[in-house]
Design a protein. Structure first.
Length: 134
């Protein structure tokens, strides 16, 4: 079964990546709730598109722990039971894929679990802990 999650990235602040340089943005987040995302297209048609397929939509204020808590348990359980699984991050440049997958750069120096870790360090850490239990 394929599950899809959407994480809404906070607006870029001065000095961060994102459209802070005045580049025209054709699409804009219209609205979202925990299961649906609406995108407004600012072209000549001005059409709004609704995407109802996500398993969950993570809001702007979610933490790395919130994301991992919802995504990793099922994937790791399948992996530990010899079932295939995949985590795939897709999106426009500067939308937070690397941060979601790996975490905040300063957190990656930590050898023990860190709140800023992304999905991959958490998955590796949990798997190594599971192996150590055997």
């Amino acid at each position: 079964k394929i599950k899809t999650w959407v994480r809404i990235r906070p607006l870029a602040s001065e000095g961060e990546k994102g459209h802070t340089d005045g580049e025209k943005v054709e699409k804009q987040l219209g609205a979202f709730d925990d299961k649906c995302v609406k995108i407004i297209n600012h072209d000549q048609h001005g059409k709004e598109s609704s995407f109802d397929y996500p398993s969950k939509v993570f809001p702007v204020d979610c933490t790395q722990e919130d994301v991992a808590h919802d995504i990793l348990p099922g994937l790791l359980q399948d992996f530990w039971n010899d079932r295939s699984g995949m985590i795939f991050a897709y999106g426009q440049t500067g939308t937070g894929k690397t941060t979601t997958m790996f975490g905040f750069p300063e957190s990656l120096a930590s050898e023990s679990a860190h709140p800023g870790w992304g999905l991959l360090p958490r998955a590796v850490h949990a798997t190594l802990d599971k192996i150590a239990e055997r």
